[in-house]
Design a protein around this ligand. Structure first.
Ligand SMILES: [Zn+2]
Length: 322
């Protein structure tokens, strides 16, 4: 990271003293508290924010262990294969939205699967990421990857046709700074695709601390359709389409949330899927996996129905730069 380590988040203070909503400037109020912290919520637009946003250096330590050092993978091999299939779906989503194959930037690309797929298909693709070994793996595969935060990459003004930000905005100390830079580096009429968890969804609101998408302390902000629309508008973007279902994310999110609520234990299956996840006793994991198999059809149905009702707990915003 090229930003100053240890720099504290400068939270906006409202005249009455509490932190202000980054989308509509209303005063935030406590919504829920768990072991990892308190989430504040905006009474106007529903945006959630972690009360005490950690220092940049601390945040960086969360992600160095997200991906394994050698191959930049996050899950066990069979699951990584499934991730690759899901990334092919992302390519289809992007290409169905794009006006043509041009210059594409993927912000916070994680592992470089998407970058490689787009490069193979004739896009001029760039990516940013804060974890050194994922950038190294991307570069070893001949991909153009910047190590650091988006505003620090200083890409030329009006140089990209399309920018994707998949499940990254909620992890940022200053989401607005990324949207401002995305606006600067997109060509006029350029396209922006963002996917984040939906804090305003019935699943999130009903299950609260058990909701997979809460993911404290990784998720610093929790967007709702209203708050994300406001934030995008204030940075010069028009939302042209929204979707509330992701085959990659929605059914599993509903499933893990149900498991968390029923068992009182958090993310046992999800952690077991990761190469560097929190390990539980084998019998505990096995019990959760069996329960997951039984609940999977319910979770799939619930996520599809909420998606159709535009209330799903994953939301994708298709935007155009004004
Ligand atoms: Zn607000």
């Amino acid at each position: 990271m090229t930003t100053v380590a240890g720099e504290m988040q400068q939270q906006q203070q409202s005249p009455s003293g509490g932190p202000q909503c980054i989308a509509c400037a209303a005063r935030l109020a406590p919504a829920l508290t768990c072991a990892q912290g308190t989430v504040l919520r905006c009474p106007e637009c529903g945006l959630g924010m972690l009360e005490n946003i950690p220092e940049k250096a601390k945040i960086f330590t969360y992600y160095t262990k997200f991906y394994d050092e050698e191959h930049s993978e996050r899950f066990h091999p069979v699951l990584e294969f499934a991730v690759t299939l899901f990334r092919l779906l992302r390519v289809r989503v992007v290409e169905a939205f794009a006006k043509g194959k041009g210059r594409l930037l993927d912000v916070g690309f994680g592992r470089p699967i998407d970058l490689a797929l787009f490069a193979q298909r004739g896009w001029e693709v760039h990516g940013t990421q804060i974890v050194p070994h994922t950038v190294r793996v991307a570069q070893q595969r001949g991909l153009q990857a910047f190590l650091g935060e988006l505003p620090d990459a200083k890409y030329p003004t009006e140089s990209f046709d399309l920018i994707t930000i998949w499940h990254v905005l909620e992890h940022l100390q200053e989401p607005g700074s990324y949207l401002a830079d995305a606006h600067r580096i997109l060509k006029p009429g350029g396209q922006l695709l963002i996917e984040v968890p939906n804090f305003g969804s019935p699943i999130a609101q009903t299950f609260g601390k058990a909701w997979l998408g809460l993911d404290l302390p990784h998720h610093l902000y929790h967007f709702t359709p209203q708050s994300l629309t406001k934030l995008l508008a204030s940075h010069g973007f028009t939302v042209v389409k929204t979707k509330f279902f992701s085959l990659e994310q929605s059914p599993f999110s509903a499933l893990q949330t149900l498991l968390n609520a029923l068992t009182g234990q958090r993310n046992v299956v999800f952690e077991g899927m990761k190469t560097q996840g929190q390990k539980r006793p084998l019998l505990t994991t096995l019990g959760h996996v069996l329960l997951a198999l039984g609940l999977a059809p319910v979770a799939l149905l619930v996520s599809i129905l909420f998606g159709l009702a535009r209330q799903g707990d994953i939301m994708r915003f298709y935007c155009v730069r004004k």
